[in-house]
Ligand binder design. Structure first.
Ligand code: GLV
Ligand code: MN
Ligand code: MN
Length: 430
C-alpha cells in the first residue's frame, strides 16, 4: 500500500465493517422475492419496491438524492462541489433469474453505495458526481430481451421493445405503466451528456478467478450474444395410432436442435450455446407434440464466430424440422456484439489492484452485463469478484467475504485514482 494523504478513506478497519454491511444488505434483499423459499425478482415485479426502499434509505444516510426513472431504474446521486462536473455511474442490476442466488447483480449495486460510503471523507472534494444505478432489468427473463434498464440510459428503448409481450401477454409499456411509471419521462432516463464513465462490480459467475487463486479480476471484454425464440409447428396426433413415418413431431425436431447446439459448442472453443427454456404443446404423454417453443442463446467473444455458429444451428433446425414435415420459424429477440472494456479505465483498475497488493488477471466475461450497453455511450469497466466453485444462476451462489473486501479496496482506490486523473485533466486544459 502506498501512503498518500487521500488514503485516509481506505483504512482497512472501515472497509471490513463496510464488507459486513454489504453482505448483510445482500442477505436482506434476498428476502424480497416473488416466490416463497427462493429468490425470483423479474422486471418490475412488486417486491422491487421493497428493494428500492431499502437502498433509498441507505442513499439518504449517505446524503444522496434518489429517484426511480421511467423504466424503473433506481438512481441515487451525490453531487460534486465542482460546477459542471461529469457524472461517474456505478452499479449493476436488481432483477434476478428464477431461483437465483443472492449476489448476481445485487452485489454490484450494494457495492456502489458502499463505495460512496467508503469515500465519504472525500465526497466534498470529488471532481465528479456519482450516480449509483440499480438497473431494473438485465436478465432478459420476462421479455427475452436483456438490459431494458441500461438501454434507457443510452437512449435505445424504442417502440419495438416497448411492444414486446411477456408470456402473459403484458407489453413492456403496460408493465411500466402498471408499476406507476411514466414513459413520457423516458428521455429523462438518459445518461448525462458529460458522463465520465460506468464502473460495475459483479461476481464472475464462472471458475476462472478461483483457478487462478485471485480475489478479483479485470474484465477485458464482454462476449457477444444472440437470443432467439424458436417455433416448431407440426401436428398433434394420437401417440398410439399415428405411424412413426406419418408423424409431424415438433418436439423431436427441437430435440435434434438442442443436442446439435451442445455438440457444436463442445467442439468449438469459446462458443456457448444453450436452450434454457422449452414448452411443448399440448403437453400430454399420449399425444405427439404438435408445437414447440424454445429459446436459443449463442455466445462468443468473436462476433464472426458467433454468427457462423448461429447460422449453422438455424440450418440444422430447418433440416430437422423439414425432415418431419414440421415448420420452423426463428424469432430473433436480441443481438449484442462483443464489447471491449475501456482501456484507460482498465489501466486504472490494474493500478488500483496492484497498489492494494492483489493479483489482477484480465478475463473475458461470458455473461452479459449492463456495462456492455453503457459502453455504447461512455467508457465502461468491470471488476469481477471470485465466484466460489464458479456457481451462479443458482441458489447456492456464494462470495467469500475477503473477496468482497478486496473488491471494495480496489474499487475505492480506483475512484481515488480516477479523481486524480480528472483533476489532472482539468489542470492540463486550464
Ligand atoms: C446474464 O446473466 C446473462 O445471461 O449473461
Ligand atoms: Mn448479472
Ligand atoms: Mn444473471
Amino acid at each position: 500500500m502506498n501512503d498518500q494523504p487521500q488514503e485516509a478513506a481506505l483504512q482497512r478497519d472501515g472497509l471490513s465493517r463496510l464488507t459486513a454491511e454489504v453482505l448483510a444488505a445482500c442477505d436482506a434483499l434476498a428476502c424480497q422475492s416473488e416466490v416463497e423459499g427462493g429468490i425470483s425478482r423479474p422486471f418490475l415485479c412488486p417486491t422491487t419496491r421493497q428493494v428500492h426502499a431499502f437502498l433509498s434509505a441507505w442513499a439518504t444516510r449517505l446524503g444522496m438524492t434518489t429517484r426511480v426513472d421511467a423504466v424503473g431504474n433506481l438512481r441515487s446521486r451525490l453531487e460534486s462541489p465542482v460546477p459542471n462536473a461529469p457524472t461517474l455511474y456505478l452499479g449493476s442490476h436488481l432483477d434476478t433469474v428464477p431461483n437465483a442466488g443472492k449476489y448476481d447483480g445485487v452485489l454490484g449495486v450494494v457495492l456502489g453505495y458502499a463505495l460512496v460510503e467508503a469515500l465519504a471523507d472525500q465526497a466534498a472534494e470529488l471532481p465528479y458526481a456519482i450516480e449509483v444505478l440499480g438497473f431494473s432489468e438485465e436478465e432478459g427473463v420476462r421479455y427475452g430481451v436483456s438490459f431494458i434498464g441500461s438501454r434507457a440510459l443510452v437512449g435505445t428503448v424504442d417502440d419495438a421493445l416497448l411492444d414486446l409481450t411477456d408470456p402473459e401477454g403484458v407489453r413492456v409499456r403496460d408493465a411500466i405503466g402498471g408499476f406507476g411509471l411514466d414513459l413520457a419521462e423516458l428521455a429523462g432516463a438518459e445518461a448525462a451528456p458529460n458522463s465520465l464513465g460506468y464502473f460495475e462490480i459483479h461476481i464472475e459467475q464462472g471458475p476462472v478467478l478461483q483457478d487462478l487463486g485471485a480475489e478479483v479480476g479485470v474484465v477485458s471484454a464482454i462476449v457477444g450474444q444472440d437470443r432467439l425464440s424458436l417455433h416448431f409447428t407440426g401436428r398433434a396426433s394420437h401417440a398410439g395410432t399415428t405411424p412413426m413415418p406419418l408423424r409431424r413431431d415438433a418436439l423431436a425436431a427441437a430435440a435434434r436442435l438442442i443436442v446439435g447446439a451442445e455438440d457444436l459448442a463442445r467442439a468449438a472453443p469459446g462458443l456457448a450455446a444453450t436452450v434454457g427454456m422449452i414448452e411443448a404443446r399440448p403437453g400430454a404423454g399420449n399425444v405427439v407434440p404438435g408445437e414447440v417453443t424454445c429459446s436459443l442463446d449463442v455466445r462468443h467473444a468473436d462476433d464472426a464466430a458467433r454468427r457462423v455458429a448461429l447460422d449453422e444451428l438455424l440450418a440444422l433446425a430447418e433440416r430437422e424440422a423439414s425432415a418431419r414435415g414440421v415448420e420452423f420459424r426463428a424469432e430473433p429477440r436480441m443481438t449484442e456484439r462483443a464489447v471491449p472494456m475501456s482501456a484507460p479505465l482498465r489501466a486504472l483498475l490494474h493500478q488500483a489492484a496492484e497498489e492494494e497488493g492483489l493479483v489482477h488477471p484480465e478475463l473475458v466475461s461470458g455473461a452479459g452485463h449492463d456495462a456492455q450497453i453503457m459502453a455504447g455511450r461512455m467508457p465502461a469497466a468491470m471488476l469481477f469478484v471470485r465466484s466460489p466453485n464458479g456457481l451462479s444462476h443458482h441458489p447456492d451462489e456464494q462470495v467469500n467475504p475477503q473477496d468482497v473486501e478486496a473488491a471494495l479496496r480496489v474499487g475505492a482506490r480506483f475512484l481515488v485514482r480516477l479523481a486524480e486523473s480528472v483533476r489532472a485533466g482539468a489542470e492540463a486544459s486550464a
